[in-house]
Design a protein around this ligand. Sequence first.
Ligand SMILES: *Cc1c(COP(=O)(O)O)cnc(C)c1O
Length: 240
Amino acid sequence: MTKLSIEPDYSYIAENIKRVEERIARAAEKSGLGIPVNLVGVTKTIDEERISYAIKNGVSVIGENKVQEFLEKKDGIDFGDCKKHLIGHLQTNKVKKIVGQVDMIQSVDSVKLASMIGKYSAESGITTDILLQINSGNEENKFGFTADEIEERCHETAGIEGVKVCGLMCVAPICEKDSEIRNIFSNIFKKFIDIQGKNMDNIKMKYLSMGMSGDFENAILEGSNMVRVGSAIFGAREYR
Ligand SMILES: *Cc1c(COP(=O)(O)O)cnc(C)c1O
């Protein structure tokens, strides 16, 4: 008897990527801002095969939440030119392990963390691109700088060797109404533009990373140019 080997069918991932890209393009056009919007495929809990498939089918940046999970999976992923971002809360005792392994750390939520990333980066002779995480004001997503302090913290971070601030990142709360979430995104966009306009040394306010599967269109309408999309690409996550 011959054993049937059945190739797993991941075509739904390719279809989802296309659909998400279309939705991004439509929202970007509607926003009228005329800026390209970057898609980060969020791969937490997703296995190496599916991630490699997604990369082959158009995902050019992936985002992982946990250092340990990323390090365990990375050698099994066919990255090609795909960039790697860390998007989850980074504990200071994991900094050494992740520096040099990713192209950007989006979730920098304290000046101390930025200093540690800078220290290990400088020791390895590299500069790590970072985003400063801004707290949108809700309880559950407690990580990040407040809108009131973000400019001051940008200044402080700009002086740290080994890191380059490339923009802001936020995780918005779940809102009942579109108007509510758009208001939150809009306020963060204003801060982003504000800081951009000040042309601080060693600060390049290039990326505004906001918007996930449930809210990325609203985020784009309010000025996001980087969305982090997981479940709309890979389906609902199964946590082990
Ligand atoms: C999981 C996660 C996402 C993606 O969430 P989806 O709702 O699956 O799109 C985006 N950003 C962060 C920080 C996440 O942890």
